[in-house]
Design a protein around this ligand. Structure first.
Ligand SMILES: NC(=O)c1ccc[n+]([C@@H]2O[C@H](COP(=O)([O-])OP(=O)(O)OC[C@H]3O[C@@H](n4cnc5c(N)ncnc54)[C@H](O)[C@@H]3O)[C@@H](O)[C@H]2O)c1
Length: 356
């Protein structure tokens, strides 16, 4: 049998420093008989020499387009706009199955080239639960940015950093008064919800956590009674939103939304008061100017869709530890393991909807 070939591509996004598999995990794949190629990348937090020392072959940046036909091309974020046809099996987060902007174009590229998209978001176990995600560090950074902005100490533009640097900023914010804020984390029992909780604890900010049970009968006034809302909810069916335009005119304490979920253009957006992501250059955008007569402050949103990239080392290490054992499942006796089958089905269904 041909060895499974995993081709770790460079990221097209200039700010993306994470890697889906870190050098320390390459031997796990090689020991299982895999072939591993890593592309050179000017920005990746791990050097190509570290991968080579771990036994991976090295290829030029962006050469996946000419990779052997049977290679699995592995990345994190979106592919570059070219080529127009995709012939390989790609593993990455495409955000293309829920009717998001650009979804159709992405899927059409696969259909045109006969390739397949195994979206990491759709790698699920027999209970339908996601098996690999960056969630924890996304929540951690998302909540941290919200606290630092409320404390007036957010440094812009944002840039990748080490965890100890971020924690030092959070602790300082706590000492300077952020411990008087009230924070609400929705999706509080999920991966990013737990990460958000972790960051808020580091800053000493009191946290309310709501998950499915607590939002069944949404207590809007209680929601509006927090300074910071960190949204970490995942839902695949449109549900009553947490916050709508009319809510913003009400008396409220709420001043900052940190939308970790960032489902801003999809039909399952729980915070439809915002429909655009924000950026490292301009991480905070004003949504509502507030009402001085009512004593209502402006409302601002932070909706950065690559939060874990701000802690690239920790995020990559945690993600790789989860993903690498599943990559071994690509070779499972000629038939991929349950999560890969699930991702394959999600792709087939998305292509089916496109054709319909
Ligand atoms: N912004 C970024 O950079 C970034 C990075 C990674 C992940 N994400 C996104 O963050 C989101 C969260 O990921 P995760 O790994 O934490 O997911 P998760 O599945 O671990 O957690 C989601 C939680 O939401 C809860 N939930 C679902 N519907 C709810 C509702 N109506 N009310 C309250 N809670 C509800 C679930 O019970 C679960 O606990 C995902 O959409 C993911 O794509 C964003």
């Amino acid at each position: 049998m041909q060895p499974v070939h995993v081709w770790i591509r460079s990221e097209a996004r200039g700010t993306e420093r994470r890697a889906p598999v870190v050098p320390a995990d390459v031997p796990l794949l090689l020991d299982a008989g895999f072939e591993v190629t890593v592309e050179e990348s000017p920005q990746r937090i791990f050097t190509v020499e570290e991968y080579a020392a771990a036994g991976a072959s090295v290829a030029g940046e962006g050469t996946w387009v000419d990779a052997p036909h049977d290679a699995y091309v592995l990345g994190i974020k979106e592919l570059p706009d070219e080529p127009a046809s995709l012939r390989h099996r790609h593993i990455y987060f495409a955000h293309a199955f829920k009717g998001q902007d650009d979804a159709r174009r992405t899927l059409e590229r696969f259909r045109r080239g006969g390739g397949r998209l195994l979206d990491i978001e759709y790698l699920t176990d027999t209970d339908g639960k996601r098996v690999v995600a960056f969630g924890y560090w996304a929540g951690y950074v998302g909540a941290a940015l919200g606290v630092l902005h409320l404390a007036g100490t957010l440094t812009v533009p944002l840039a990748p950093m080490a965890r100890h640097e971020l924690d030092a900023q959070l602790e300082q914010a706590g000492k300077d008064g952020a411990d008087l804020l009230l924070a609400l984390v929705t999706g509080g029992r999920g991966r990013s919800g737990r990460g958000a909780h972790g960051a808020l604890l580091t800053a000493g900010v009191p946290v309310t956590r709501w998950d499915l049970r607590e939002t069944r009968d949404l207590h809007k006034q209680a929601l509006l009674g927090h300074d910071l809302l960190v949204n970490c909810v995942v839902t695949h069916t449109p549900t009553t939103p947490f916050l709508e335009r009319a809510d913003l005119d009400h008396e409220r304490r709420l001043r900052v939304l940190a939308d970790v979920t960032c489902d801003v253009t999809g039909p399952t957006n729980m915070l439809p008061v915002n429909t655009e992501i924000t950026t490292w250059e301009e991480p905070v955008r004003r949504l509502h100017s507030g009402n001085p007569e009512q004593g209502t402050a402006p409302l601002e949103v932070i909706a950065i869709d690559n939060l874990p990239s701000l802690l690239p080392r920790e995020a990559s290490e945690g993600f790789s530890a989860d993903l690498t054992p599943h990559l071994l499942g690509l070779a499972e006796e000629g038939r991929p393991s349950v999560p890969w089958q699930a991702a394959g089905r999600a792709f087939d269904e998305a292509i089916g909807r496109l054709e319909a």
